[in-house]
Design a protein around this ligand. Structure first.
Ligand code: C6P
Length: 409
């Protein structure tokens, strides 16, 4: 059994926060899609950086600066290897997915012209909608929206029927944060490339569960936030194909992104530095590498299989509750996200009562309002599982949910 393979007891000991109580009850943390918890290996890495070699990078000849630079660039290499990028300079450090998408929308977006079209999916997080809307307003572009279906999947007919030579970019998430839907990005990328459109895949929700291979996918841009994959907040990456990143103008100006500066003319550094203005989140970048090491030690295949077991178990158990409505596709077609409502009750009230019992879930629109609009609901309760969760925790959650329902009915 996969559960035994993972050695959950040992894994849970790596996460100090899982020992704490919330409102007098042992913490049951089911808000992993918002941010994952941090293992002590990653916490230790941050403490080690600040305690032993804190210095600015790419700047000093002194030893500390060189140690910090080496560690930061080692992390970039680990990330390159993890996503199977062809070159490490295709990995741009950012503050997270939101920053990565804004970078592409502003930089690659500046190469688009009035009358061009872009295509976005109805399943997106606001981070993959708003920067493009802002671009469309600025440049006079037309935005087409791939509709969603009742089952929480995308209407792929729309993609095939509406991609034209006018379409310059397509943006879709690998996995929906609100529903967990795993989108058929291979098919979308290949269809977009047939009309020469570039594709940005928002990998924020996929990264903790699925190891994406950017070369096999032939994706143009892929974005990730470290904090959803056992790393710290405030750091992430943009993967971009070298040929595209080279064509793109810098997004932000400042230190480190230049070759030479004068008041007559400034020239820019090569990749990846052209897109990394200012002092970055050095400890964060190094810790992102440590988080990937940690996840690989456990193994992405084992993680995915175990989380799938948790999802199937939770889905089956929650159906014991009368009036439960589950949103999104069947467990096999999504990551470990259970988005639900209970007829006649507000998700917010459920979340508040669950919190009183030590259980953390997210409630609301999950920064994906178009999905809520489609279902004509203000929001859902979302329980999202990680490899350090257990079936026993799901039992606690279901019991608590039953109590909450009887209190609110
Ligand atoms: N979703 C959630 O609870 P940042 O904030 O930049 O790290 O990630 C933004 C983001 C972009 N795309 C997707 C698919 C996401 O899920 C998120 C973050 C969190 O669902 C917080 S809103």
């Amino acid at each position: 059994m996969v559960e035994a393979k993972l050695n959950i007891d040992k894994i849970r000991k790596d996460f100090p926060i899982l020992n704490r109580k919330v409102n007098g009850r042992p913490l049951v943390y089911f808000d992993n899609a918002a941010t994952s918890q941090t293992p002590k290996q990653v916490i230790d890495c941050i403490v080690d950086y600040y305690g032993n070699y804190n210095a600015n990078i790419h700047r000093g000849v002194h030893s500390l600066s060189q140690e910090a630079t080496d560690a930061y660039e080692q992390a970039r290499l680990k990330i390159k290897k993890h996503f199977n990028a062809q070159h490490s300079h295709e990995i741009i450090f950012t503050s997270g997915t939101t920053h990565s998408i804004n970078l592409v929308a502003n930089s690659y977006g500046s190469l688009l012209a009035e009358g061009d079209e872009v295509m976005v999916s109805a399943l997106e997080h606001h981070s993959n909608i708003v920067p493009w809307q802002m671009l469309c307003e600025r440049k006079g572009l037309k935005m087409k929206v791939i509709p969603m279906l009742e089952n929480g999947k995308l209407d792929l007919h729309y993609v095939h029927e509406n991609l034209t030579t006018k379409t310059k970019m397509v943006f879709v998430n690998h996995v929906s944060n609100a529903l967990g839907t795993i989108n058929p990005i291979e098919e979308i990328i290949s269809a977009a490339h047939k009309v020469n459109a570039k594709v940005l895949i928002d990998g924020a929700q996929a990264a903790p569960h699925i190891q994406a291979d950017v070369q096999a996918l032939d994706v143009d841009f892929y974005t990730v936030s470290a904090h959803k994959i056992c790393g710290p907040t405030g750091v992430g990456i943009l993967y971009g194909k070298e040929e595209l990143l080279k064509q793109m103008p810098p997004y932000q100006g400042g230190g480190e992104m230049i070759a030479e500066v004068s008041f007559v003319k400034t020239t820019y550094a090569g990749l990846p530095h052209k897109f990394e203005a200012g002092t970055p989140n050095i400890a964060g970048g190094i810790a992102f590498g440590a988080a990937l090491d940690y996840m690989h030690e456990i193994g992405f295949d084992a993680i995915e299989a175990y989380e799938q077991e948790l999802l199937e178990y939770a889905t089956q158990r929650i159906k014991e509750i009368e009036g439960v409505i589950i949103y999104g596709p069947e467990p096999k077609e999504k990551t470990a996200v259970l988005s639900f409502n209970i007829e006649g009750l507000h998700a917010y009230d459920l979340g508040t009562i669950l919190d009183q019992m030590g259980i953390a879930v997210r409630t609301g629109h999950h920064c994906a309002q178009p999905i809520m609009e489609y279902y004509k609901i203000p929001g859902t309760a979302r329980a999202s599982f990680s490899f350090y969760n257990t079936k026993q925790e799901i039992d606690i959650f279901i019991d608590a949910l039953k109590k909450a329902v009887s209190m609110l009915s």
